[in-house]
Design a protein around this ligand. Structure first.
Ligand code: ADP
Length: 295
């Protein structure tokens, strides 16, 4: 099934325009929604999850009009919000059993099988008797996914799930999402470029409520090949370089600034060509969209 978002706009009562004519077509697989904090990702996720309404625009999932028939879409939806509450003194198994009941698994034997299979899938089976209050951040997130999967969703929305996870937990969590994303539509919102690079076959970069770029990450990266250059400078030289060149990013490597710039031709001046990377594209697009907003 395909999710089609068409010209979605939302301005909050305080005047913040969180979404501005957002259009995206999202097929089966992992879709990465990448953008800095405040870009509008959560607003978009919550709108698709029918938790809030836009001012204008439409969303279709397969044959369903999401905004007109929210109850229908909720049957097909799994949603893992940024923050979710669990009873700390309940075991993972009891927690999941409770949610499986809510999702309509009423037959006890069937429900037991479903809960066991979700615990195995999310690698929590060994910890099933432990209270969730003792769980690590990664375990809680995996339990969140198990809960979201309890209703066998066709559309899974995961909002900033890797923030705060250590690298091992993050990888385990992304691998889990990757497996799920083979059969259904999974939308992963994140401000972490590697999450998208490692996992998603399709993506969009969103900033200030607007889609600034969308497509296949590999194709997007290929498009900037030959236009990115790198140089290590001194801190004293940095400012002059920022004035002179279109700087995409500045990173410190062993205490010295390493700058990446965009240039259609070889800038000389000690720069060397670099292999393009999704992070360069991301910083470039965010920079361009900020410059456009300031103009
Ligand atoms: P992201 O998830 O990318 O960080 P959000 O969708 O949370 O972005 O926020 C987009 C913008 O809308 C931000 O400027 C944020 O402060 C604002 N915003 C989000 N929710 C509300 C709200 N309920 N009322 C007013 N402004 C909001």
């Amino acid at each position: 099934m395909t999710l089609i978002i068409d010209r979605l706009s939302k301005t909050y009562p305080n005047g913040v325009r969180a979404l501005n004519q957002v259009s995206l077509t999202i097929g089966t697989g992992m879709f990465g929604l990448l953008g800095p904090n405040g870009a509008g990702k959560s607003t978009l996720m919550r709108t698709i999850a029918t938790l809030q309404t836009p001012d204008s625009g439409s969303i279709r999932f397969g044959d369903l009009d999401v905004l007109a028939t929210p109850d229908e879409i909720r049957k097909l939806l799994g949603y893992l919000p940024q923050e979710f509450g669990l009873y700390p003194n309940q075991s993972a198994e009891v927690t999941l059993d409770h949610f499986a009941t809510l999702k309509g698994a009423s037959h006890p034997g069937e429900r037991r099988d479903l809960v066991a299979s979700l615990l195995r899938q999310t690698n929590l089976y060994e910890a099933r008797k432990k209270n969730v209050g003792t769980f690590s951040g990664g375990m809680k997130q995996r339990l969140g996914i198990a809960i979201a999967l309890a209703g066998s969703p066709k559309l899974l929305i995961v909002d900033e799930p890797t923030a705060g996870l250590d690298p091992t937990e993050r990888h385990r969590f992304l691998n889990l999402l990757g497996e799920i994303g083979q059969d259904i539509v999974v939308i992963l919102s994140t401000h972490i470029v590697e999450d998208v690079r490692e996992l998603c076959n399709s993506m969009a970069i969103i900033n200030r409520g607007e889609v600034v770029l969308s497509g296949d990450p590999e194709v997007i990266v290929e498009r900037v090949r030959g236009t990115l250059w790198r140089k290590t400078v001194t801190k004293a030289e940095l400012e002059a370089h920022e004035r002179r060149y279109q700087v995409v990013s500045v990173r410190l490597l062993a205490g010295r600034p390493v700058i990446h710039i965009h240039s259609e031709t070889n800038p000389g001046d000690g720069f060397t060509a670099i292999e393009p990377d999704l992070e360069d594209v991301y910083f470039q697009q965010i920079g361009l969209s900020a410059a456009k907003a300031a103009a």
